[in-house]
Design a binder for this molecule. Structure first.
Ligand code: ATP
Length: 304
């Protein structure tokens, strides 16, 4: 089953394309990290997927073919927007009642238990809760609907490291207990390796990477060797990025097999953060195989 499927998806605001020609099929049962620089189109993609934005081209479906934003889709998808929008002047109890009245199914007992476990009092004013507690409340309201797909837009941005850890702890517990799929957009690249198992990188409105993280880690390597052998190496491996010093060079290459590196070269594992940043620095690079064409992408050079 695919949790989000988009084909030829584009969104234009005036003359500018926020998203262009996006095609994706995200399999169920994953925690998907959606990464990209400011203005890359992450929020626009998520809004198209939940039906908040009408695409200019293409279409989006969720949970195996439900039209994005249709009543059937809305019953099974929960969305927490950027900055956890809540009514600040309501008490937690009233916020729960309001959300229950706006949804066809809502588990009041579950949310009360969850908030109790987090030490969030029901009679507290929402606006008086800390940023971390407000994020937890927004998450608990979404989870109380027992969604099959939880979509979180930048949930970690305003949280300190401890609050991030606790927030993702609740998400991961819900994934383990209820088997829901999660898509979260984030700039906090360093934390994604711990929580996500599928990665989408958007850059300038286009999909650069869409893959299982395990597969990405197995198919990207850092090769270190003599700078004057870089051209030779680049003919053998698709190069994502080149760091060239006077004598030594490092190449980030895309290949499952590095057994044929030259005798002067060493292959080491790449971190997810290094990999994401290398792709982000070069919007023209893509890990998507169709985009690789003849398998010999141009070299992007960065002097060390
Ligand atoms: P960020 O990480 O900063 O939140 P993002 O990757 O989520 O960025 P979007 O918010 O999707 O990016 O915006 C993509 C582009 O579309 C940006 O150039 C933005 O200015 C533009 N855009 C988004 N919404 C609108 C809108 N309602 N009207 C006009 N332009 C918009």
């Amino acid at each position: 089953m695919s949790i989000i499927e988009v084909a030829g998806l584009g969104k234009r605001y005036g003359k500018r394309w926020a998203l262009q020609d996006c095609s994706l099929s995200i399999p169920a049962g994953h925690v998907v990290a959606l990464v990209g620089p400011n203005g890359a189109g992450k929020t626009t993609l998520l809004h198209c997927a939940i039906g908040l934005v009408e695409p200019s081209t293409g279409h989006a479906t969720v949970l195996d073919g439900l039209v994005a934003g249709s009543p059937q889709a809305l019953d099974r998808v929960a969305f927490v927007a950027q900055d956890a929008p809540l009514y600040k002047y309501l008490s937690v109890t009233h916020m729960i009642e309001l959300t229950r009245n706006l949804n066809r199914s809502f588990d009041t007992k579950l949310i009360r238990q969850r908030l109790d476990g987090l030490g969030i009092g029901l009679d507290q004013k929402v606006g008086k809760l800390s940023g971390g507690q407000q994020a937890q409340l927004a998450l608990a309201l979404a989870l109380a609907r027992h969604p099959e797909l939880l979509v979180l837009d930048e949930p970690l941005a305003r949280l300190d490291p401890l609050a991030r850890y606790e927030f993702m702890g609740v998400v991961m517990t819900a994934v383990a207990e209820e088997g829901l799929s999660v898509v979260l957009s984030s700039h906090v690249v360093s934390e994604l390796e711990r929580v996500a198992n599928y990665l989408i990188v958007l850059n300038s409105g286009r999909v650069q990477i869409a893959s299982e993280i395990d597969e990405l880690m197995q198919s990207h390597w850092l090769l270190t060797g003599p700078a004057d052998e870089v051209d030779e190496m680049s003919r053998v491996f698709p190069v994502v990025e080149t760091y060239r010093g006077d004598r030594q060079a490092r190449l980030l290459v895309r290949s499952f097999d590095t057994s044929n590196i030259g005798p002067n070269w060493e292959a080491t594992a790449v971190t997810l953060e290094e990999l994401i940043l290398a792709y982000l620095r070069d919007p023209e690079s893509s890990s998507i195989s169709e985009a690789m064409g003849d398998g010999h992408p141009s070299i992007r050079g960065v002097s060390a």
